[in-house]
Design a binder for this molecule. Structure first.
Ligand code: ZN
Length: 291
């Protein structure tokens, strides 16, 4: 925790006579929109700040409806870290309702150029998370210049872990025969992952970068044809997705439904307690289904 905020909290308690719990918001001047962003940012912030996640574990940022408590949290935050690229559709009205002023740092800033897609799921390639780390380091340094050296060394150490993760994923993917590196997913989330690790995207149940779209009968039939013609072995879903449509498709194509990936949220404890754990878990599920 930042010493300044301990002092601020003590002063609040001493002068205002407020119960200690009301000073609790001063514990988290840094807020991230999602659990996985909070974990990434926490690695950079180290001991100087506790980074809170706005969304709870298991919430899907694509379809999230914010609460009055969220408005209060954002109103109290000095720095809000978001993914960007249209991922947090609740953001504009949430910021409007929160009022006041704060830094809003976009973790994916600088990454969207050169990509035609509009896909916000940059984090599924750890190399993109290295760019997130740099953007987060800059934002934290702006908020707390005295922490600059600490943020830098925290960021450097985490980047080493992210490079190790990237190498680990490539090594795992090598177990899958090249012709079986085929991804069918619930929504279009795997573009960056596929590009980095040499997968072909066969299709998705929802032809959308978001999880709250709904497909037409023609789209479903088209995907069934693609699965049959490519012999894709599995359909991959996030644990939070409704598996009904994927199961219908699986009934007609004899593919496996892997319905427990974690793409948008960490879990409370295993298997996806951290971003790195989440990626390792997902890759293991994918490799087991395709190898
Ligand atoms: Zn998504």
């Amino acid at each position: 925790m930042n010493r300044i905020f301990i002092i601020a909290a003590l002063l609040l308690t001493a002068c205002g006579g407020q119960p200690a719990s009301s000073a609790g918001t001063a514990d988290s001047p840094v807020l991230a929109s999602s659990t996985l962003l909070a974990d990434i940012a926490q690695h950079v912030a180290g001991g100087r700040f506790h980074v809170d996640s706005l969304l709870p574990v298991g919430a899907d940022p694509h379809s999230y409806q914010y609460t009055p408590q969220d408005v209060t949290k954002v109103a109290d935050a000095q720095l809000l870290i978001v993914n960007g690229a249209g991922y947090e559709r609740f953001l504009d009205t949430l910021l409007e309702n929160a009022g006041g002023e704060r830094e809003v740092a976009t973790a994916s800033a600088g990454l969207s150029s050169g990509l035609e897609s509009g896909d916000p799921h940059f984090w599924l390639d750890p190399n993109n998370v290295i760019a997130y780390v740099e953007n987060i380091r800059e934002a934290l340094t702006h908020l707390d210049p005295d922490g600059a050296a600490e943020f830098k060394s925290n960021a450097d150490a985490y980047v080493v872990e992210l490079r190790e993760l990237d190498a680990w994923i490539a090594e795992q993917v090598n177990q899958i025969p090249v012709e079986k590196r085929l991804l069918v997913t619930n929504h279009e989330a795997f573009g960056y992952f596929a590009k980095r690790y040499g997968f072909t995207i066969v299709g998705s149940v929802l032809e959308s970068f978001s999880s709250d779209a709904s497909p037409s009968a023609q789209q479903m039939a088209g995907l069934i044809d693609q699965i049959k013609s490519t012999n894709a072995p599995a359909i991959f879903l996030d644990a939070g997705d409704n598996p009904a449509l994927a199961r219908q498709i699986a009934d007609e194509t004899d593919v496996r439904v892997v319905a427990d990936l974690h793409l948008e949220s960490l879990t409370d404890g295993a298997p996806a307690a951290t971003y790195i754990d989440m990626m390792k878990y997902n890759v293991t599920q994918i490799v087991n289904a395709l190898k």
